[in-house]
Design a protein around this ligand. Structure first.
Ligand SMILES: [Zn+2]
Length: 186
């Protein structure tokens, strides 16, 4: 870590420059927002004002299928609700702990702070993380999660990607930063 503060300053400057120069790449990811996110927003117009108009047990017996209607635009959509098992993450240290999606979310939000990204971007990444964790259930490697976040940010915003990478990959010097910058152009 010798000289880390000097290198750290360079990284900060480089990130600032990248932020000023980077253009926000819109991927349309926000259009693929899943229905099951937080408060049940209308997937068409984003209004919070939606109502359940039908509710029934799905064929598998443990899923509840609900039809909802948006009071604003009158579109209808379906949601599924099922109990979830706790997800576990295996850290690089070898320790296992419950997967804390809020913690992942805070990391992503920090990386995107002040960046002009579409609403729903963070949610897209968190859902991707959760899906990967479920697919790997009961135990997902923390590297897998980090990589998903990196891949997501890379598509959306280079500056945010570099911010997250500098923390996640524990950049030790300007070379690390430049290597990632170069990789972005590949
Ligand atoms: Zn609506």
């Amino acid at each position: 870590m010798l000289g880390a503060s000097v290198a750290g300053t360079n990284i900060q400057n480089a990130i600032q420059n990248a932020i000023q120069n980077a253009s926000c790449v819109l991927t349309g990811a926000h259009l693929r927002r899943p229905l099951l996110s937080g408060a049940m927003q209308c997937p068409f117009c984003r209004a919070d004002d939606t109502r359940v108009i039908d509710s029934r047990r799905a064929e598998d017996g443990e899923t509840v299928r609900r039809r909802r209607r948006c009071e604003q635009c009158d579109n209808r959509f379906t949601t599924y609700e099922r109990p979830v098992l706790p997800l576990l993450v295996k850290k690089r240290t070898g320790l296992t702990e419950p997967l804390d999606l809020e913690k992942v979310r805070r990391g992503v939000e920090r990386s995107l702070a002040g960046r002009p990204v579409p609403e729903g971007t963070v949610e897209d990444i968190i859902v991707a993380v959760e899906n990967a964790a479920r697919a790997a259930s009961p135990l997902v490697e923390s590297e897998t999660i980090g990589q998903i976040v990196l891949d997501g940010l890379k598509l959306i915003d280079e500056a945010a990607y570099l911010r997250f990478a500098s923390v996640y990959k524990d950049f030790q010097g300007a070379q690390d930063f430049e290597r990632e910058m170069a990789a972005l152009d590949e």
